[in-house]
Each structure stands twice: as C-alpha cells, then as structure tokens.
Write a protein that binds this ligand. Structure first.
Ligand SMILES: NC(=O)c1ccc[n+]([C@@H]2O[C@H](COP(=O)([O-])OP(=O)(O)OC[C@H]3O[C@@H](n4cnc5c(N)ncnc54)[C@H](OP(=O)(O)O)[C@@H]3O)[C@@H](O)[C@H]2O)c1
Length: 304
C-alpha cells in the first residue's frame, strides 16, 4: 500500500484511514480489537482517526496503547477531530485549542497529532454564525498554529467544514492544508473543490466511503423500504458504468481515491473479514482523473 501525501503538507497517509468511531467494546473484545489493529497495520494501514468526543474513545485509546506496547517502534499517523469553538461557545479561543490538542496528545500517548481535523461550531450550527467566527480568528489561529508546529505538537490542519460556503472560505486560509470531510458515491457536495485544491497543494481525506454501511453490495442484495431510494440510485449508477453489483463495496472504496487530491479514505471496520475486503480494494490503486470524472458524472445524474 503506497502512502500518499496530504496535499503538499509533507504528511503521508495510508490510502485507508481507520476510523475509530464504531470500535465499540459491546461489539468487539479488547484482544480481538488489538488483533484487528495489528492486521490493519501489517497490511499497510498506519493512519488512524479518533476523537475525544466519541463514546468509544477510551476503548480505542486502550486498544492503541496495547498495540503499541506489543509493536514498539510502529509508526502511527494520527488524525484527531478537534472542535474549537464548541457548540456552547461563540468565538474562537486559542488557549482552548491548545488545551484540546495537549489533552489529545496525552490520551493518545503520542508526541504529535499529524493531522488536526478542525471544526468551528456554534449553536445554532449555521453559517450565519460560523462564517464571522472564522473570519475573525484567522490571525489568532495562524499564530497559535505556528507555535504548536514549532513545538512539534501538530503536523497539518484540515477543516471539517459542515457546509460548502464554509469550505470555500476556510480553503483560503494559509493555515488550512485541506479538508477531512464526507465524500462518497452519495455525498458529492465537496467535489467542485477538488481541482482547485489539487492546484493549491491542499489535500482531502474522504470520510465514510461506504456511506456508513449503506454503499455496499449487501445493501443492494438485501434492499428494503428504508434503503430503496439510495439502492435504486446506486443500481442505476452501476448499470451505467457496467459494474457488477458484487463489486459495489470495492468500487465505493476506490472511487474517492481516483482523484489526485484525495490522500485517503476514512472507513470503519469491526472485523478482519471487512478489513481484508477494504484493503484488497485499494491494492495497486492509482489516481485516475478521467475515471473519477466519469463516475462523478454518472453519480450526479443517476435518478433519485
Ligand atoms: N464529522 C466527522 O469527523 C466524522 C463523521 C462521521 C464519521 N467519521 C469518521 O469516519 C469513520 C467512517 O465513518 P462511518 O463508519 O460512518 O462510515 P463507513 O466507513 O463508510 O461505513 C462503516 C460501515 O461499513 C461497514 N463495512 C466496513 N467494511 C465493509 C465491507 N467490506 N462490507 C460490508 N460492510 C462493511 C462497517 O461494518 P462493521 O463495523 O461491521 O465492519 C460499518 O457498519 C468513522 O469511524 C469516524 O472515525 C468522522
């Protein structure tokens, strides 16, 4: 598995990022979870996404600690989700950002967060409030970030923008190296930014390539009333592209990685079987802008 640079940030990610949100101790025991991480790592997946906000986070940190104890010297790349300001705040506070990052370093028992996925939140969480917060914090964020980088505590900063107007604004920030947000066959709203991001040297991590489990072969095989609309759309897409239904999971994982701006797809798996399928899907994958654009065209026009 060839690692890919996140834009021109110097941070290299495995094409698959393991997303920890669903690593639930009610579904998988500690020993099996350590085995899963070991399998992923040995297969070339060294990039891990986590958040102190996930209910499963203390379990993930425990699994990571066990993994590292058994694999000293392993090179892990961390992507961490950090919201500053949070929903109950109304402006950016750099001391709060620093505290959240320092806490995260401790929780993950690591020296550096390679990619900080930064969220600007507000209650209500709309652009009318968030865009002015963003505009106001540019200089303060820039200074704080430079300091954190100098101390070796962070690598690059990327945005989870929540909206297209916010993405447009934050991508103008010199501090922002790219986006870590949704991109899959059913969530395409950020695709218009990909070309400009590539030219600007910014990177993209595509969250939930399987649409949270919806964009899989199983969904089409076991179609029901809750999934009919999406399943029909996916079926129309596969027919137009002459892709067998049996290949949908593989195709869904590959799609974002066809764009040169996309460094990694962020996916959750809770079993070695699922992990093996995802890893096989990216085997030998290379960027292919023409193929990406062709699929995008079909995905955009597939009937809803
Ligand atoms: N705002 C944010 O920053 C944000 C939001 C959402 C998600 N995330 C991150 O992104 C990660 C991925 O998101 P997600 O879990 O919602 O979406 P996803 O990765 O697209 O889908 C995960 C689902 O697909 C299933 N799956 C995995 N491999 C499969 C296979 N080979 N065949 C059939 N099903 C398969 C998983 O089942 P099993 O669990 O049974 O393997 C799970 O139910 C999260 O873990 C989280 O770290 C971040």
């Amino acid at each position: 598995m060839n690692n890919r640079e996140f834009g021109q940030s110097g941070i290299k990610l495995s094409p698959i990022t393991f997303g920890s949100m669903r690593l639930d101790p009610n579904r998988i025991e500690l020993e099996a979870a350590v085995e899963l991480l070991t399998y992923l790592y040995d297969s070339g997946v060294n990039t891990f996404h986590s958040s102190h906000e996930y209910e499963t986070d203390s379990f993930f940190c425990q699994v990571m600690q066990q993994f590292r104890a058994r694999h000293p010297g392993s090179e892990i790349v961390h992507i961490a989700k950090i919201g500053a300001p949070h929903f109950d705040e109304d402006k950016f506070n750099s001391a709060k950002l620093v505290t959240l990052i320092e806490n995260r370093l401790q929780q993950l028992d690591t020296e550096q967060i390679d990619l900080v996925q930064w969220l600007v939140r507000h209650q209500p969480n709309d652009d009318q409030h968030r865009l002015p917060i963003l505009a106001e914090c540019q200089a303060e964020l820039g200074e704080t970030w430079a300091q954190l980088q100098k101390q070796g505590k962070v690598g690059a900063l990327a945005s989870f923008p929540y909206s297209v107007p916010f993405a447009e604004a934050v991508l103008q920030f010199p501090t922002c190296s790219g986006l870590v947000t949704y991109l899959n066959l059913l969530e395409l709203e950020m695709t218009p930014f990909l070309e400009q991001m590539e030219h600007a040297g910014q990177g993209y991590v595509a969250i939930r390539p399987l649409g949270g489990g919806l964009i899989t072969t199983k969904t089409l095989v076991q179609k029901n009333e809750n999934t009919t609309n999406d399943a029909d759309k996916l079926e129309a897409m596969l027919t137009a592209l002459e892709i067998p239904v049996a290949d949908l999971t593989k195709f869904a994982v590959q799609f974002p990685l066809l764009h040169p701006a996309v460094a990694s797809v962020m996916v959750s798996v809770t079993s070695i079987n699922h992990a093996a399928e995802i890893i096989a899907a990216v085997d030998g994958i290379k960027s292919d802008r023409t193929a990406f654009n062709n699929i995008l065209k079909q995905a955009e026009y597939a009937p809803i």
